[in-house]
Design a binder for this molecule. Sequence first.
Ligand SMILES: NC(=O)c1ccc[n+]([C@@H]2O[C@H](COP(=O)([O-])OP(=O)(O)OC[C@H]3O[C@@H](n4cnc5c(N)ncnc54)[C@H](O)[C@@H]3O)[C@@H](O)[C@H]2O)c1
Length: 348
Amino acid sequence: MATAEGVQAVKVLIAGGAGFIGSTVASACLDAGMSPVILDSLVTGRREFTAGRSFYEGDIADGPLIDRIFAEHPDIGAVIHCAALIVVPDSVADPVGYYRANVAKSLEFAAHLLRNGGARLIFSSSAAIYRPGADLSVDEDSPVDPASPYARTKAVCEAMFADIAAAEPIRVLSLRYFNPIGADPKMRTGLQLRRPTHALGKLIQASQDGVPFVITGTDWPTRDGTGLRDYIHVWDLAAAHVAALTRFDTLPGPVTVINLGTGTGTTVRELAAAFNQVADRPVQVREAGRRPGDIAGACTRTGRAQRLLGWRPQYDLTEGIRHSLQWAALRDEVLSGEPARRLSPPER
Ligand SMILES: NC(=O)c1ccc[n+]([C@@H]2O[C@H](COP(=O)([O-])OP(=O)(O)OC[C@H]3O[C@@H](n4cnc5c(N)ncnc54)[C@H](O)[C@@H]3O)[C@@H](O)[C@H]2O)c1
């Protein structure tokens, strides 16, 4: 595959490219001289994030549409599949809907890609599929034991794509994301939701509303008893996709799995302290018990991403918080109203 510096511009189809991560990946591709083609149903994505970009509104399971995209862009060299529903509690309430949206449609999508000669697939997977060990760190060989229907859809898709790659002329890279924060540093895109429900979203909300931030759960097996996450700046995630596109043909197998995290776990207490260093309006912290479905969390033991992609995160936690705050202040200028569906669950 031609590299970013190569003679031929890399054209990449990004399914889910109007969402938080996919739109950031599209921006990173553009900045690297690649040409993204966006396919998105806008079920949670935003049309504003596709402005000025090649955009097809529709479903990944829509065969005639995928055929049309490939007919109009025969030079698509790779596909990034970010399209999914991602709200853990919704997946518990509606497993049929989630398996249909994330698994059945991904299977259809794979068949449509094969028919059109799609040979390189990068799949957005999740660290939520792991069962972490006692020290809460995981690597790509750690046990897979998803704790929610949402996470299970990701694990099932990985297994399904691996079986397909073993039999068909397609190679698959699954990127297992940890906990994305921040926004495009150029503020083209960020989280769609006005009031995200993950810990950083709640810190921002508490700061805006002048109310205390409530830590839910202080008896986890972590250094200070609060949940631990591996917060990765979304621009670093996006940069990893650019690196993966550039190096795709050097990856070892028909199937490769790579964790994308910083390698540093941050507890909720540490996140709140870091937030108060950055925010104009610091928050007071209160403590409460665990909520149903909460987990201790995990961080990655990095190594493979650096070895195979030559990638390592460039942004630290403080910059992620700063960019999230900046986006929260700008969001209503870029986006009007709420997306149709709830986004940004506590755990993904
Ligand atoms: N955000 C996270 O914390 C996180 C963590 C790990 C993995 N992931 C994975 O990353 C990917 C992107 O997540 P995100 O945070 O950007 O979510 P998002 O909801 O912002 O983006 C998903 C996009 O996919 C689109 N979409 C959904 N179903 C579709 C379909 N059938 N056809 C066409 N488009 C469809 C939505 O409209 C949306 O634009 C997902 O696959 C998710 O599972 C996200």
